[in-house]
Design a protein around this ligand. Sequence first.
Ligand code: SAT
Ligand code: MN
Length: 590
Amino acid sequence: MATAADRLRPLPQLSPAVSSWVDSVRELTQPRAVYWCEGTEAEMREITAQLLEQAQLTKLNPAHFPDCYLYRSAPNDVARVEHLTYICTRAREDAGPNNHWMDPQQAHTRMRELFRGCMRERTLYVIPYCMGPLASPLSRCGVEITDSAYVVLNMLIMTRAGRAALERIAREGRFVRGLHSVGELDPERRFIMHFPEELAIESYGSGYGGNALLGKKCHALRIASWQARREGWLAEHMLIVGLQNPRGETHYLACAFPSACGKTNLAMLIPPASLPGWRVFTVGDDIAWLHPGADGRLWAINPESGYFGVVPGTNPQTNRNAYEMIRRDTLFTNVAVTADDQPWWEGLPSGTPVLDWQGRPYDPARGPAAHPNSRFTVSARRNPSYSVHAEDPSGVPISALVFGGRRREVAPLVYEARDWQHGVLVGASLASETTAAAVGQVGVTRRDPMAMQPFCGYNFGDYWQHWLDVGARLARPPRIYHVNWFRRDADGGYLWPGYGENLRVLAWMLERCAGRVGAQESAIGNLPHPHDLDLRGLDLGPQSLGALLSIDPALWRQEIAELRAYLGRYGERLPAALLAELSTTEARLT
Ligand code: SAT
Ligand code: MN
């Protein structure tokens, strides 16, 4: 425990390990000043005031959006850059075919050249942070050094940052080192490097989202997935949501979807009026750390304390909670503004943009007013459906894991894995149409196992084996499901209404977990009997339901062939059990 004397000590004296690392980075980067983040509200206000003064932030209309600000990123720096993201392990095979790899020595040399003198005339900020509740043994700490005050503001919202985190680091003596500089924001001089064996991250040349807020994807997924394998748990790209049914029973689900597929919406879902008596509690919207508990169940914490969510499409119909949540104390990035300085984005029912996300007079010919990957950063506590259990040091027990992709066809609305081992194959088979969350072509289908393709810090073959090993330790493993909210009809229209109506599918899962309903066995897993889906008040014809639950054996045989070829890339590291599951499914299809 920190003593009273510790509390009075200046931050740099609390942890010699952190201080000596900061000293070496200062030598290298040559900042004008070094600032240690305390994590207080006053500090947040001060940094905000500085950014306003430097015109890096715009204050939004205080009558409608009190304490809300707008930040505009460089136009060439608007999303994660997967092609510039590397896993630097000594052995190339440990990074696997799923990652770009660079030799650690070579990567360090390259980054040192970029970092050398890069903070001249800038302030070096030291952000000690804790991923997960400060009192939880499941949490892990890190320190981000950055020269971006905007990154500091985000990290203060997204993590438990400041003195308390540094005190924990001083006690534990262990932390992830994240060094970040916006550099020149030159896409030609941009790299996001991970050194899992050293628990270190080096990021240069971007100030945006997952490239720069190092606690998020870099630490809580890429480095943590590596740590989790060592320590026997799972770091996953999953939301965590509690659903209370009309009987008063609460079950927690952890759900994996690729970026920008509606995870935040699902995490804070609004039950439709025609399903009375349901309540929804959000524990997390993006990342779950899952630990086998002494009771044989899987327990989850959300390592983050805020949301970095996609703005466009947020409105009272699609997500009333999010719409309410971001009306105060919110940092907006790359949205448009109206004549009276209100933030504006595509999907809002009213308002007219006058400036686009780059601050230019809005001209529809130049594309959408808000950037498709524009974001809000807001404290999780602002969420009307925030769960009181989000701070529980032991986490929440998980009843079901749900994998989902954005697929026009092939995948039915929902199916259930036969058991854990089959569920690992179901997760590994995830594929989805790409979105604006990452740089690159939008709308092409790519394989995204467990929604971790951009985020797994090691070889997927080893990762699937680790999943199998964790499952073997669970006496009461969660059930595993696959959903597809995005199936289309022949004319390209969505067959399922999505958003709050998704609760109908989740409700069926809960009934399965409680052992109250059966299912129809199919080649790919268990499907709901149509009469077990509560569709009261939903205008969905029997034809649509039939199409949503249909399995086309020809398409599935093709899917299995593609999956087999894809998994084959992992060679010797691919667990034999996954191939056996694949053969079982294939045999059932013929
Ligand atoms: O830019 S982030 O990686 O934080 C957002 C996302 O892709 O989910
Ligand atoms: Mn994400």
